[in-house]
Ligand binder design. Structure first.
Ligand SMILES: [Zn+2]
Length: 226
């Protein structure tokens, strides 16, 4: 019998993957499974565990997803988490000419006059997170346009609803949501996208992906930048 993994660890693992399977992006999963990366079921160190959907888990077992890919995925996710907490420490507001910071594996371009009008601790202070929120909102609007037609769209409504839900005053923006609520906010918008007629339509045709996960989004941004 395998030793059961403590709930606290499960929670951290789920947070690490943004509640989406890190391989296929599926979030509509009844039971995420926990994969032991080194294939040793006794090694339940968090660094050896990755939460994934049952389908991708069986792909690993069958060798359709290689252990090398699993290791890289885990490293990427851990780096993302570290990056998110580091972003709070590095002051992106300081006046630096276009410069490159980072280690061998991650490079961040700090743009000149990259001033944000949002205070530290808000999603707006973190460019990556803010851009992903903006991407998701845009995505929602596109799906809604499909449903009701561009002429019938009121683009302000969705933002207002989100602000209300996250208790942000109407004179402020959705990017004023505290950074700790980032996950909650992206899940809310993703849920709204999944609830649109187009998403349901896609689902009935077997297409489950309606948007990039945060991880995929960051990856694609990096690819575009270089
Ligand atoms: Zn999966």
């Amino acid at each position: 019998m395998r030793k059961s993994i403590p709930n606290k660890i499960k929670m951290l693992l789920q947070k690490e993957i943004f509640s989406q399977c890190p391989f296929c992006g599926n979030e509509d999963v009844d039971h995420f499974e926990i994969h032991h990366i080194d294939e040793n079921p006794e090694n339940s160190n968090i660094n050896n565990l990755l939460m994934i959907c049952p389908l991708c888990h069986s792909k690993i077992t069958k060798g359709d997803i290689l252990q090398k890919e699993v290791i890289e995925k885990k490293q990427f996710l851990q780096k993302e988490e570290k990056g998110a907490s580091m972003a709070k420490i590095i002051n992106f507001n300081s006046r630096i000419n276009n410069s490159v910071i980072g280690d061998n594996n991650t490079i961040n371009i700090v743009k000149k006059n990259n001033k944000t009008k949002y205070p530290e601790g808000c999603i707006g202070f973190d460019n990556n997170k803010a851009n992903y929120i903006s991407y998701l909102i845009d995505r929602y609007h596109k799906y809604k346009e499909w449903e009701i037609g561009k002429d019938n769209m009121n683009y302000a409504i969705f933002g207002s609803q989100l602000k209300k839900k996250f208790k942000i005053g109407q004179s402020r923006t959705i990017y004023n949501v505290p950074i700790e609520k980032f996950l909650e906010l992206i899940q809310e918008i993703q849920r709204k996208i999944n609830g649109t007629k187009l998403a349901k339509n896609n689902k009935s045709r077997g297409q489950l992906k309606n948007y990039e996960s945060y991880e995929e989004y960051l990856n694609n941004q990096r690819t575009k930048a270089f």
